[in-house]
Structures are given as C-alpha cells and as structure tokens.
Design a protein around this ligand. Structure first.
Ligand code: FAD
Ligand code: DLZ
Ligand code: SF4
Length: 512
C-alpha cells in the first residue's frame, strides 16, 4: 500500500516510526513550509529560518538516503499556505493509498489531522510520537487519583524506568534524588563563560535567510547573525561542546543571570531537541556518562537530567492531560494589556530590557530570565494570560504550544490554579538582585520599596499578594508572606499599594 508520510517541521527525526517503516519503493515523504504555521503567531525570524533550514537539510538527507521526497517551499507558486491545502494537493499529485502522520505537538494541529480522518477519501493513520519518554497512557496512569501533580515524583518514576542515575540496588546515585539546592549560586563577579560554537551558513541556510528576510522582517527579532545548528550532526557537535566545556558549571549557575551573557552555562539545545534533531534519551545518557567518567559533578549532571527526563516530559504530560480546557484557564483573572516593552520599547527596568534584548537578538533567553524576569513581572502586574502566552510562543526559537503553555500559564503565571506550580513564582527585586548583576546597572534601586527610585518589582510583589490574599494566605508553602505583611504599619501598607498603582500607571503610559 503506497503511503504519503507527512513530516511536520518539529518532527525532524529519522527514528520516527513512520520513517523506520517506510517502503522506499512506493512511499513519498512530504514536508511543507506554510504561511499558516509561520504566522499563527508572529514567530521570531530566527525561529522561522532555523526551522525552514533544518527542514530543508532533513529533506536533503532523506533524498540522499533513497527516499522519494516532496518538499514544498514557502515561495512555491502553487503553495496553498496550509497543511490541509498541501496534503490535498499531494493526494492529487501522488495518488497515495493512505496518509501516515505522527501526532502533532500542538493540540490545534492534532485536531486538524483528525479532521483529515473525517474528510479525506483515503485512510489517515495518526501514529504516536515515539520520541518522548513517557506515553500519554503512562502519564494518565501516574496522574490518576492524585490531588497534586508534583514533577518531583513523576521524575523519580522516570529515573527508575530508564535506569538513569540509578545504582544497582535501585537507589538514586549519590543517595539523593534531587540536588536542586546546589543549583542556585549567584554569579561571581567578572565571570567569563567559554565561547559558543557558531555554525557556518550552508547555501541552503543562505537561501532561507533571504526568504525569511523578504517575508518576515516585520516580525519582532533580528535575523542575523545566524549561527544555529541546522542538522543533527551540527546539533550533536554543539551538545558535545556543552558537555566538555559547560556542563561542569551548569549545576552551580543554573539560576544565575549576567548582563551581556545570554547563555551562561546553559546547553542551548531546546530548539534542536524540540525540532527532533536531538533525542531526549541520548542526551540524558551522554550526560550520565560524563558523570561516570568523572567529567562533570553530580549536581550538574542530575540538574540537567532533571530538566529533560523530569520537567520536559512532565510539562508535555500536563499539556495533553488537560487540553483543550487547560488553554482557557485564567485562575487569577489577569487581563492587563501586555506593555510595549515586551516588544522592545524602552523601559528603565534593566532586567526586563536586558532579557528582551537577549530575546530579540537570539530568539533565546534562559529559564530564569523567562521565569523570574519577564514571567515574574507579568505575574505581578496581572498581564493578560493569553497575550503573555502568545508572546512566549512567538519570540523563542524553541517554542511550541505543548511546552510553552504549561510553562507560561502554569509555572510563570499561576494561571492554571497551581496544577504545575505549588506556589506562585512571585519575587521582589531582591531575588533578581541576588541572582544577577542587573540591578547595579539599573535606574531603580532593589532595596527601596517606595519613592521615585524604588524597584517596581518590590511594591508590585506585595500588591500581587494582597490582591490575591484569599487564595494565598492559606498556602502552606508561603508561611512568611502574610505574617510579614501583617507586621507592616497601615501607612506603610497604603504607601506600598499606592506605589504599585503608580508603577502600573507608568507602565501604561510607557514610562516605567
Ligand atoms: P537548559 O537550561 O540547558 O536545560 C536543558 C534542557 O532541559 C532544555 O533544553 C529543555 O529541553 C529542558 N527544560 C528545562 N526546563 C524545562 C521546562 N521548564 N520545560 C520543558 N523543558 C525544560 N522550553 C521550551 O523548550 N520551549 C518553550 O516554549 C518554553 N517556554 C517557556 C516559557 C516560560 C515562561 C518558562 C519559564 C520556561 C519555558 N521553557 C520553554 C523552559 C526553559 O526555559 C527552556 O527549555 C530553556 O530555557 C531552554 O534553554 P536551554 O536549552 O539552554 O536549557
Ligand atoms: C513553527 C513552524 C513554522 C514557523 N513553520 C512551519 C512550516 O512551515 N511547516 C511545518 O511543517 N512546521 C512549521 N512549524 C512547526 C509547526 O508549527 C509544528 O509542527 C506544529 O505546531 C505542530 O507541533
Ligand atoms: Fe530589575 Fe528592579 Fe533590579 Fe532594576 S532594580 S534591574 S527593575 S530588579
């Protein structure tokens, strides 16, 4: 039976079941660049360029491997602009007897595929995505009957399932499951970080850059310089570079933030992993090997493995467990419009300006910038959850809804009512001051609560807590918050709340 095997832009893995079982004599593999996907949010130009170049290199590789490939470029005059349009066109052109796809990473696209099953005259097989480490069924079984869905316990199950950092007697390597407490060092002054690999641009990449420049330069973000890996070989090379040069310090400085150092010791592999150029298990195994051969300490290795085997799989599990209802949640009723400084307009808050600058230049910022700077501000200021999510989905080269949504709505905004996070990741300027060197370059002072120079995060923090007192006062994980607030004199409380209102007003006027 001849099959049309449709591969989406974030499914660039030869290990996909669909490609493993291919019949090279009769089957056709299709990849297509479509306007619908490139514009459903205004993706960062680097994200579009990375994906199109990686798709084209992947198609080339399949072609050299003897596979019949139908590749539709964005500027193909016949391009209909949508997945559905392209599949219909391919049905007429190729005349397959069935269509084979893998379930999509996003609910929206998965629903589209189910529609194909109803509308097309030939069968459409939707296969599970075999690149993830927990199946939907396993996650559903884990979550069943639980009142709280804490990542930590899921992570332990995953460690056992794959035997990662597990000793022969079944105990966790080093005696502890989690070395999170050793992952929180503030940056050292004058810290220098090893240089990153800058991949040379191939002729395919150059052609894509011209296309993206012509079509998407009005989107937020700078396209060049462009040095992303666009093949599996390049992505693996980058990961080896990470293991040898950066992993040993990854654990210590995981939460640190340094001006003009967008990457610090982070791996920068999320875009490659989410597009399928790298696979999660191989990364965990390579990192575990680095520990076993003495190349990296346990706090770094466990910290990294926890992100991939724990957080990444857990986040995906939560998305599929609760969609589509999850996407409608707005537990704290956050509806304030997203200020222009998220899109690069001026702000005097150095931490925000720096994170947005990293984002604009690299389509990247690391986890603590996303969570404790832009995410924290959005939480404290009550920014509209839909607008904030659309921002995160557009501006990061690793962003797909399955991973962006629970991180943004759940972890950063507490908009899912505490399903992902047991307490809100709300922090005053003191946290940012402790974990970065941003405040020394800022017009505001993290030590001041009120007045012209007061850091806006400080009063906004208390205002947030008091606004949502009925929800958070009883939270066992925040025992000191309200006892501290209660000790403030009424005039001080009033001054703090007035300061918060003033900051929100300034934000609206574009002068914060
Ligand atoms: P490292 O710090 O080197 O971590 C290694 C890997 O662990 C990452 O590449 C990633 O695959 C995985 N990982 C770490 N934390 C998480 C997490 N919370 N959820 C899922 N995977 C994780 N990650 C995305 O891949 N796509 C997103 O769209 C995305 N949106 C986010 C939005 C918000 C508000 C927040 C707080 C986090 C978001 N994250 C997202 C998670 C995390 O910030 C990125 O995975 C990480 O910054 C990518 O950089 P890195 O590869 O250098 O990661
Ligand atoms: C993100 C993205 C973009 C920008 N463009 C395309 C595209 O043209 N063709 C494609 O197959 N995939 C693209 N993607 C990735 C898809 O949005 C992603 O595969 C779906 O959201 C499902 O996860
Ligand atoms: Fe950010 Fe406040 Fe520090 Fe300025 S003082 S960098 S606004 S935390």
């Amino acid at each position: 039976m001849s099959s049309l095997r449709v591969i989406l832009g974030d499914q660039l893995s030869q290990s996909l079941t669909s490609l493993q079982e291919i019949d090279k004599t009769h089957d056709t593999v299709m990849l297509c660049e479509v306007m619908e996907e490139a514009t459903y949010v205004p993706h960062h130009p680097k994200k579009i360029a990375f994906l199109f170049s990686a798709m084209r290199h992947f198609a080339d590789m399949l072609h050299h491997d003897g596979v019949c490939v139908r590749y539709i470029k964005l500027d193909d005059p016949q391009n209909t602009g949508s997945f559905t349009g392209e599949v219909m066109r391919a049905i007429h052109a190729v005349q397959p007897q069935r269509i084979v796809v893998h379930e999509a990473g996003e609910y929206r696209v998965n629903e589209m595929m189910k529609e194909w099953q109803r509308c097309f005259a030939i069968p459409v097989d939707i296969l599970p995505d075999n690149r993830f480490l927990a199946t939907h069924e396993e996650f559903a079984a884990w979550i069943k009957d639980k009142k709280q869905f804490r990542m930590e316990f899921f992570y332990r199950e995953m460690r056992k399932k794959y035997g990662i950092l597990i000793e022969p007697d079944g105990s966790p390597t080093g005696g502890e499951w989690n070395y999170d407490k050793e992952n929180r060092k503030p940056p050292k002054s004058g810290m220098t970080v090893p240089k990153r690999i800058r991949h040379a641009q191939s002729s395919i990449t150059r052609e894509v850059l011209t296309l993206v420049h012509a079509r998407f330069s009005h989107h937020f973000g700078t396209l060049e310089p462009f040095h992303y890996a666009v093949t599996r070989a390049q992505a693996l090379m980058e990961f080896e570079h990470f293991i040898q040069n950066l992993l040993p310090h990854f654990g210590d400085y995981q939460d640190a933030m340094v001006a003009r150092e967008p990457y610090l010791y982070h791996s920068l592999i999320s875009s490659y992993l989410n597009a399928g150029l790298l696979l999660p298990l191989e990364l965990c195994q390579k990192v575990e090997d680095a520990y076993r051969t003495g190349a990296a300490p346990l706090n770094a290795v466990e910290g990294f493995i926890r992100q991939i085997l724990g957080w990444r799989e857990y986040i995906r599990g939560m998305y599929w467990q609760f969609m589509p209802e999850y996407g409608t949640r707005n537990y704290l009723n956050a509806t304030r419009p997203l200020p222009d400084f998220y899109w690069g307009a001026q702000t005097h808050m150095f931490c925000i300006a720096e994170t947005v600058r990293h984002t604009r230049e690299h389509a990247y910022s690391h986890h603590i910038q996303r969570l404790m700077v832009t995410g924290n501000f959005a939480l404290l200021a009550g920014l509209d959850v839909t607008e904030v999510q659309a921002w995160y989905l557009a501006v990061y080269s690793d962003a797909y809804e399955w991973v962006e949504m629970p991180n943004t709505l759940g972890m950063a905004l507490y908009g899912d009512g505490g399903a992902v996070a047991s307490k809100p990741y709300a922090a005053s300027g003191k946290y940012i001051h402790r974990m970065s060197n941003y405040c020394e370059k800022c017009r505001y002072d993290p030590e001041q609560m009120t007045g012209e120079k007061a850091c806006p995060f400080n009063a906004l923090y208390w205002d947030f807590m008091v606004r949502h007192e009925s929800i958070f006062r009883g939270n066992q994980r925040m025992p000191y918050v309200f006892s501290t607030w209660d000790k403030f004199a009424p005039e001080k409380q009033r001054a703090i709340r007035a300061q918060a209102q003033m900051s929100l007003q300034k934000m609206q006027e574009g002068v914060l």
